[in-house]
Design a protein around this ligand. Sequence first.
Ligand code: GRF
Length: 206
Amino acid sequence: MTADAHKRVAILISGGGSNMVRLVESMKGDHPARPVLVLANSADAGGLDKAHKMGVATAVVDHRPYKGDRPAFEAELMQVIDAAEPDILCLAGFMRILTDGFTNHYAGRMLNIHPSLLPKYRGLHTHARAIEAGETQAGCTVHEVTAELDDGPILGQARVPILAGDTPDSLAARVLKQEHLLYPHALRRFASGDRSRQDLEPDLAT
Ligand code: GRF
């Protein structure tokens, strides 16, 4: 496959970028896509250095100077992203709520990973809320992004047990392991044109 036939992927992060690292590592060999940009909304995002070390171009668009003016922040964001000409956007721990102006601009080609079994527990503090509600299972979801927060067609889920004595941190660590398997799996299928849902086998290992 010649280089330009690959789908071009931009990954948006806000923090350490462990999902971003798994996505970049997966896009090799016969994978239909290649990473072209890792962008963060803060220069302090630990994932930027990891991306740089893996040879992926990086950029920062800081939301703070915009003082809550989302459309203005997103105008710069779209300018920087579109300069890289991505076919697909992956939100990987990108902690900004996006307007429908942004989600419409990338409609049908933007994915997100969320640390719950959507549609349950949209928003933040998903693990604490699942434990508090007495759930027996938790997990993560990869979905296409639409204007509705943590909504959109589901591409896949992975489940883990919630164990006696679990804290939000211990549960988050167990779910994160599944995120690192689910997101590359879903991206490979999405980049090859398969937008159907495919869940991972539940990992009931403790
Ligand atoms: C992940 O748990 C993801 O589901 C959530 O934010 C976290 C980001 O982790 N949206 P990382 O930066 O990929 O390590």
